[in-house]
Design a protein around this ligand. Structure first.
Ligand code: ADP
Length: 317
């Protein structure tokens, strides 16, 4: 029917792995790595063989160019990435603490990433798209809701579908119309890919079983629940449940696991694979991603995932 399309931020990530409490002391930084949750999602989608495109904005600088080049070489459609002559590519500084927690310093609001808009190229892309993937990280960008509304209208009218990764910063839910707009997205979503307690946030109901039932009552037809180091679970509207035990891996960098999971799942389903097979590839894509430094570095081809699956033991915890 047409490509899977995502709207949102393209960033570079620069990371610090040192002791200490903040960014204030001189620290050793590594990067830049291509990043931005929607960019990682679409890169994984394309790399596994799905038709995939992104609507985004970068600066006219090397940070923008490394992203465009990566996405292009991995097979994504980059026709709707606009290049701002005035603003730099967005960035994220990530500091990994020894206890596994992370601190982020973002430059998105005053970067090219915030300039994403309904350009002629974006309109043309939506007009031939078969699926829209909506990501909560993009909700902080002004004007994104309106673009999503437009894209959903056009794509649904063509008989296309919508998936939602509700990774919404909770504090945003209290802002203006965010809660009702978010609820509207849940109502139009065919597939929801929550992580942990995002399931109950999306459903507006506590408890896994009740939240799953509430989403199905609102028209969702499948849910792929991400459980981090505990793997993933599929729920189908017909009552099917599939648990996928985690692969046992050494976690090097957790950033991007959920985006690779989502990119692989959506691409595999759209390629016509049954849910259990899509879930297996998604579970593998998320696990493989955490073994590599850099948020997009673990995005994998189908062959790389087959090799990973054959070589990696399952969690028996
Ligand atoms: P998010 O990044 O959206 O919070 P998760 O952390 O749940 O998402 O990761 C997404 C998926 O990646 C998980 O459902 C699982 O399949 C895989 N994954 C993530 N972390 C690990 C890990 N430490 N070991 C094995 N698999 C993992």
């Amino acid at each position: 029917l047409g490509p899977t399309v995502v709207i949102g931020e393209i960033l570079v990530e620069i990371m610090a792995k040192s002791r200490g409490d903040g960014f204030l002391e001189p620290i050793e930084l590594i990067g830049p790595y291509p990043s931005g949750a929607p960019a990682i999602f679409i890169d994984q989608c394309a790399k596994i063989g799905g038709s995939a495109a992104i609507v985004a904005s970068v600066g006219d600088d090397d940070f923008g160019r490394i992203n465009i080049e990566r996405l292009r070489s991995d097979g994504a459609d980059i026709s709707a990435i606009s290049v701002s002559p005035d603003y730099p590519t967005g960035s994220a500084f990530v500091r990994y603490r020894d206890d596994g927690s992370r601190d982020f310093v973002y430059n998105i609001g005053k970067s090219a990433a915030a300039l994403v808009s309904l350009t002629a190229e974006a309109k043309a892309l939506f007009a031939r798209a078969g699926h829209l993937h909506v990501m909560g990280t993009a909700f902080a960008i002004p004007g994104v809701w309106e673009m999503m509304d437009h894209a959903i209208g056009v794509i649904k009218q063509r008989g296309g579908s919508v998936s939602l990764d509700p990774n919404l910063r909770k504090e945003l839910l209290g802002h203006g119309q965010t809660r009702e707009r978010f609820a509207r997205l849940v109502d139009v979503a065919d597939l929801v890919l929550p992580s942990g307690d995002e399931l109950s946030v999306a459903a507006g109901v506590e408890g896994e079983t009740a939240a799953v039932a509430a989403l199905f009552a609102r028209g969702v037809t499948e849910i792929a629940l991400k459980r981090g180091e505990h793997g993933a679970t599929f729920f189908g509207a017909d009552g099917t449940r599939l648990d996928c035990p985690a692969f046992r891996v050494a976690e090097v960098d957790p950033t991007g696991a959920g985006d690779c999971f989502g990119g692989a799942y959506v691409a595999c389903r759209r390629l016509g694979m049954p849910a259990f097979q899509a879930l297996e590839y998604a579970n593998a894509a998320g696990a493989r991603n955490v073994t590599l430094q850099g948020p997009m570095e673990g995005a994998a081809s189908r062959q790389q995932l087959d090799e990973f699956i054959a070589a990696t033991p399952r969690d028996v915890r």
